[in-house]
Design a protein around this ligand. Structure first.
Ligand code: NAD
Length: 480
């Protein structure tokens, strides 16, 4: 077992005041990896107080350039510890080691991007009355709360905390109880990088306890949440009581649209990766493939061959697909698939287990299905597992209609050689990001990211994410 993990409050490692802990399970083997503090409201109070002290004190006094330099040093430290962090991410989440390496690289990039951006965030001056000067300053919210999910702990920590710190906010993070070892480690590296104590506080615990306490805390000025729609609603409701702005990133049911003129050699590996990456536990997973009728048979055959060639196993062995995060998630995915099959879905292809896969991991080999009605729950709701559902369309209008026919609107991809059609469809799709002849599932530090409809609101990543972590203060001077 790894050493027990601790909270980080005011720069100090500490257990939960209650002394209670939560076990962290290795999804590849089902065995206990380590324990986390099971924090409660009192621990959250301490973390928020520490953040406020830092915001009003040493951290708040730093210039934007100084904050940026600290984040750049943190990025360099993450890169220096890349192998250690990638292995930790792989053990903790079960994801294949090659994906964990990509995630740590992306995390370092977030701190590099936001480190570089910190002193390039400007307000505006506004022409107003004669003899006046008006400035609209971009100022930090103050203390920001960050509720992080278990699917991409390092990446989502980087994109959320990186932007918030760069903009000058002091942070309190409630990482996910299922997987948060890399954010905890990176928070200690932030101290080594010179971040003043209290600017970044980590409070581990259950969502219903520490998470709910953070969302409802009157000392928080902004909340960034990534996770399920149900929890997102609870977080937004709790924040509304304090009139606190929230950024919600709640997942999707993203379509991959294949027209008959698409370059299938380029498209099909991406279509498979978009659902197999992270065992389908990706908010931007490409969980629906919409295929123009003329190429339907050919595409299904080629996709089936690719699915059958995939191997599922322990993350550390570098399989194509790792386990799901926990037993509950495995049962949830299995029951959704069973229900779809009971309602007439057909399993077209299934990946196999790797020879060396441990017996007790939470494995669900990737599956390709068709024969699903477009209004069936498996076509409408997030499965959060490696299950790709195929649909047929006859013309452009139908493709756009099907693409939009879910409650979500996070990302989409259009594959065609007809540039005009690609742009027409891209304009019609209700999604925060539309890719043409490529698909950046989860990537793209520089690209504004977030949803429409039930995928949430607000944007993270890019400069847009940095702006989300600020508010505007207008100063109007009448000087004659
Ligand atoms: P969740 O939304 O409950 O958990 C995400 C984070 O929210 C965790 O840190 C959790 O501790 C915290 N949380 C839980 N309840 C809370 C509350 N009442 N107040 C404040 N914080 C709370 O997700 P889950 O139960 O771990 O997974 C269930 C489903 O959520 C998945 O099947 C998937 O569909 C979806 N999900 C989506 C994403 C995404 O990236 N969009 C990530 C994780 C899970």
């Amino acid at each position: 077992m790894l050493p027990a993990r601790t909270n980080l409050i005011a720069g100090e490692a500490c257990a939960a005041t209650s002394g209670r802990t939560i076990e962290v399970v290795d999804p590849s083997s089902g065995s206990v990896l380590t324990t986390l503090p099971r924090s409660d409201r009192g621990d959250v109070d301490s973390a928020v107080a520490a953040a406020r002290t830092a915001f009003d004190g040493a951290f708040g006094r730093l210039t934007a350039t100084e904050r940026g330099r600290i984040l750049l040093r943190l990025s360099a430290l993450i890169t220096e510890h890349h192998a250690e962090l990638a292995e930790l991410e792989c053990l903790d989440t079960g994801k294949p080691i090659q994906q964990a390496r990509v995630d740590i690289t992306a995390c370092a990039r977030y701190f590099e991007f936001y480190g570089g951006a910190a002193d390039k965030l400007h307000g505006e001056t506004i022409p107003y009355a004669q003899g006046s000067t008006v400035m609209a300053l971009r100022v930090p919210h103050g203390v920001t709360g960050h509720i992080i999910p278990w699917n991409y702990p390092a990446q989502i920590f980087g994109r959320s905390v990186g932007g918030a710190l760069a903009a000058g906010n002091a942070c309190v993070v409630k990482p996910a109880e299922d997987a948060c070892l890399t954010p905890l480690r990176i928070a200690t590296l932030a101290l080594d990088a010179g971040l003043p104590a209290g600017a970044l506080n980590m409070v581990c615990g259950l969502g219903s306890e520490a998470g709910a306490a953070l969302a409802a805390h009157a000392g928080i000025n902004h909340i960034s949440f990534t996770g399920s729609p149900q929890t997102g609603t609870a977080v937004a409701q709790a924040a509304a009581v304090n009139h606190v702005p929230v950024t919600l990133e709640l997942g999707g049911k993203s379509p991959q649209i294949l027209f008959a003129d698409a370059d299938l050699d380029a498209a099909l590996p991406v279509v498979v990766n978009a659902i197999v990456q992270n065992a389908g536990q990706t908010c931007a997973a490409g969980s629906r493939v919409l295929i123009e009728r003329g190429i339907h048979e050919q595409v299904m055959e080629r996709l089936a061959q690719r699915f059958e060639a995939l191997r599922t196993g322990a993350g550390i062995d570098g399989p194509d697909c790792g386990p799901l995060i926990n037993r509950r998630q495995l049962e949830r995915v299995q029951s959704r698939v069973d229900q779809a099959i009971g309602d007439g879905a057909r399993v077209v292809a299934r990946a196999a287990m790797a020879d060396r896969a441990p017996a007790n991991g939470f494995f669900f080999p990737p599956m390709l299905i068709d024969g699903v009605a477009a209004d069936h729950s498996i076509a409408q709701e997030e499965v959060f597992g490696p299950v790709l559902a195929a649909f047929v369309f006859d013309h452009e209008d139908e493709a756009a209609h099907l693409a939009n026919a879910t409650p979500y609107g996070l990302t989409a991809a259009v594959w065609t050689r007809d540039g005009s059609r690609a742009l027409r469809i891209a304009h019609r799709i209700d999604a925060g990001q539309v890719f043409i002849n490529n698909y950046g599932a989860g990537g793209g530090i520089e690209l504004p990211f977030g949803g429409m409809k039930h995928s949430g609101y607000g944007r993270e990543k890019a400069f847009e994410g940095l702006r989300s972590f600020t508010t505007i203060k207008t100063i109007a001077i009448q000087h004659g």
